[in-house]
Write a protein that binds this ligand. Structure first.
Ligand SMILES: Cc1ncc(COP(=O)(O)O)c(C=O)c1O
Length: 385
């Protein structure tokens, strides 16, 4: 089993006693247990006695994630933020330095701001580029937390360059791979100690479940497992099943949605009512070459950000006039969704940083879904005019 497409469909493998092809949903909080010597163990040899610790349905999902990210193991969490907060709490050292780009999912930034004063570490926010991250890294840096495709202006950060310049072994790189997915990037193969996803987005892919995962080396995941157990941040079995089901079609969805996004970005780029299109798939984008170099396939993701010429009133009318594309936060699902960046993903980026990054009030983020691309273009066209 070598190709991601096959792994996505069969990677959970471990049939139950009945030979069920689809993993059963173990909706049981408890399992038979007398003592460790007589316990039932999961495939990674952890005791299965209580779902907060280990559950066979979560294991099925975790096995697929680890294979897709090419890591030893993985853990399923209740949400992307549960995965992020548990990982940061486990790895952060007080008095150390944590580096983040000023642009990333802004709830992650908010979490780091709040934790830095409580846990007494120094949060250093830098311009979202590999060069700026590397310049800020020193021997006292415990964590660099980054996304490779930033949200919402879709800048591309050269993870390879960051990996080549880690100052010492105490500095760990954590990559939120939500926007790029394992189809475009496998950060652990470059140097990331942990790879995180909000599976709410592409991996589950149907806008019907919240979840997160972390992938990494065996020992790291073992230690993080203990933090998940203590903090109780695990995913529930039914949700894990939905994610597992969604992953089977990740490849076809992501490819089609990315191709739709490319067509839409090119269409918007020529539209007189559009001030600017941000999409690394456009050959005119300053991030096109680095994306091409870094990504494993000739695809550039399914989010297109663009600025509309007009005030807030015009933008609200435009969004209300859309018939197929729905105004809602989130991304990566089968339905095309649109949001005002400053009111959604970038809400907690401070106004001064937003200004520097070009996150103006007329910046919209479109998550392109699986609808027919001509229908989507027609929808945008009628709403813009
Ligand atoms: C890049 C990224 N990371 C993390 C998250 C948080 O994930 P969740 O909403 O599943 O907690 C989001 C949510 O939008 C996101 O876009």
């Amino acid at each position: 089993m070598r190709h991601d497409r096959t792994i996505a469909v069969h990677g959970h493998m471990e049939e139950d006693v009945y030979g069920s092809i689809i993993p059963p949903i173990y909706l049981s909080a408890i399992f038979r247990f007398i003592d460790e010597d007589h316990a039932i163990r999961s495939d990674r040899n952890f005791v299965i006695k209580y779902t907060r610790e280990e559950n066979p349905t979560l294991r099925a999902l975790e096995r697929v994630i680890a294979r897709l990210e090419e890591t030893d193991d993985a853990l399923a969490f209740a949400s992307g933020m549960a995965a992020i907060s548990t990982s940061i709490i486990k790895y952060v050292e007080s008095e150390s330095k944590v580096i983040v780009p000023i642009e990333m999912y802004s709830t992650t930034l908010q979490l780091l701001e709040k934790l830095s004063s409580k846990l007494k570490f120094k949060l250093v926010k830098v311009w979202p580029s590999a060069k700026d991250i590397v310049e800020a890294m020193d021997r006292n840096t415990s964590i660099v937390f980054m996304e490779v495709m930033t949200n919402p202006t879709l800048k591309i950060i050269d993870l390879k360059y960051v990996c080549e310049n880690i100052p010492n072994e105490n500095t760990i790189i954590i990559v939120d791979n939500t926007f790029t997915t394992p189809i475009l990037l496998k950060p652990a193969k470059l140097c990331a100690k942990l790879v995180i996803h909000s599976v709410t987005k592409y991996l589950a892919g149907h806008n019907d479940v919240i979840g997160g995962v972390v992938a990494g080396a065996y020992n790291d995941i073992r230690e993080l497992w203990d933090w998940r157990r203590i903090m109780g941040t695990l995913q529930q079995p039914f949700e894990a099943y939905l994610v597992l089901r969604g992953i089977k079609t990740l490849d076809v969805r992501f490819e089609k949605e990315s191709r739709n996004a490319q067509v839409i970005a090119e269409y918007l780029n020529e539209h007189p009512r559009i001030e600017e299109v941000m999409y690394p798939g456009l050959s005119s984008s300053e991030y096109h070459d680095i994306a091409k170099k870094l990504f494993l396939r000739n695809l550039y993701g399914a989010v297109v950000s663009f600025k509309v010429k007009g005030d807030r009133d015009y933008i609200v009318r435009f969004m209300k006039k859309l018939k197929i594309i729905k105004p809602a936060p989130s991304l990566g699902g089968t339905e095309s969704l649109i949001s005002i960046a400053s009111a959604a993903a970038a809400k907690y980026i401070p106004p001064e940083d937003r200004r520097r990054l070009g996150i103006t009030d007329n910046l919209l983020r479109l998550s392109v879904g699986l609808e027919d691309v001509n229908d989507l273009i027609e929808d945008l066209s009628q709403a813009l005019t």
